[in-house]
Write a protein that binds this ligand. Sequence first.
Ligand SMILES: C[S@@+](CC[C@H](N)C(=O)[O-])C[C@H]1O[C@@H](n2cnc3c(N)ncnc32)[C@H](O)[C@@H]1O
Length: 401
Amino acid sequence: MTNSTTLQQAFAACSAVLQQNRQYWQLVPFACQQLPWDNPALAAKLLALPEHDLASIDQSPALQQQHFGELFSGLFQLEYHLDAAVSMLAAGELKPVPFWLANGIGGRKMAQITAFSGQIPASNLPLLEWCAGKGHLGRLLAWQFQRPVTSIEWQQQLCADGSALASQFDIPQRFVHADVLTPQGSAVLAPQQQVVALHACGQLHIELLRQATRKGCQQVHLVPCCYHLIAEQYYQPLSALAQQDDLTLNQHDLKLAVQGQVTAGARIAKLRHTEVQWRLAYQALRAALTGDNRYRPLSSVGKHWFSADFADFARWAADQHQLTLPAAPDWQRYLAIGAEHAALVTRIELVRHLFRRPLELWLVLDRALYLQQHGYQVQMQAFCDYQVTPRNLLLQAIRQN
Ligand SMILES: C[S@@+](CC[C@H](N)C(=O)[O-])C[C@H]1O[C@@H](n2cnc3c(N)ncnc32)[C@H](O)[C@@H]1O
């Protein structure tokens, strides 16, 4: 188990790095028209980087360190504290999963489930799966350990699909169709329970932590994700240490924690690149029409938009901003401005992304410290390789009697 001093030291180290370098990550790159830092060495470095190297540096911690290690030495020394707090444990022995049981589960999800299952300690406690989706994890745990599982999920169709799979294979898995954010949903939690939650989004896992500590659930095994999907505009720290910390995080800041991308295929990478260029091209068009240069965000849209026509995207965006476009704007001119602006924004994001992992660790350590504060022994570990899922931090908490 990771001791409390180790977790506190790791938290303090993350916090110091994040605070000392606020200006490099607590900003909106799309709103910048030039490099927003007075740092000539960094500017020279960024402007010298060839366009085609940016994506590979962004995705490789080794290349990030190679290019930025000297400029941000404190950041890269953080690893020392984190290695002590984040362990990579050997997985327990598991029965090989037969093909009929794995049918319909994607390759990456299956790898996550297998790695997660290998870390669950043997127990006779009833198992509860929080925000289960179709309950793939719960179904495999029930089969693997021959134990009944209750899976709670909000979408009725997913409950129905999951129940059908469980009965087809005669697996003791029961679904509760409920909203975990309501008293009716959290009523499934009980003291004598081993609770598992794989990729439960922001407010959903925060509620799990609050309710599980209140009810005294025996064990909680949680892989958090989507830290920015919270009820409030600003993050409300959970642990006493984080509450005293001088870090205020809004939802945009929180989103940085999930911006790590597992190497995408060439097609997806190209669509992402087009998306940045088109959003910025629209921004230039809007500024020209309204005289307002301030950045105004747009909602997310499916990637398929970016293999279609820019004019359609610009009309959709203008509609969001209640703006009427002229019949035939000079699309090519704005696309060229967008492409040039994108080259700048990508470089700013390259720097901002250096702080993604410290921020995610700060958030997960806040959850770990909160559990410790409530009498749990806590372990934090990378339960699978980053390439299997970038959300690979697992918190395991066992209540001390
Ligand atoms: C990111 S998915 C994870 C699903 C599954 N655990 C997995 O790893 O594949 C989050 C799940 O939470 C469910 N969910 C969202 N809001 C919920 C709520 N308020 N109560 C219960 N489940 C909810 C979603 O329908 C979705 O199935």
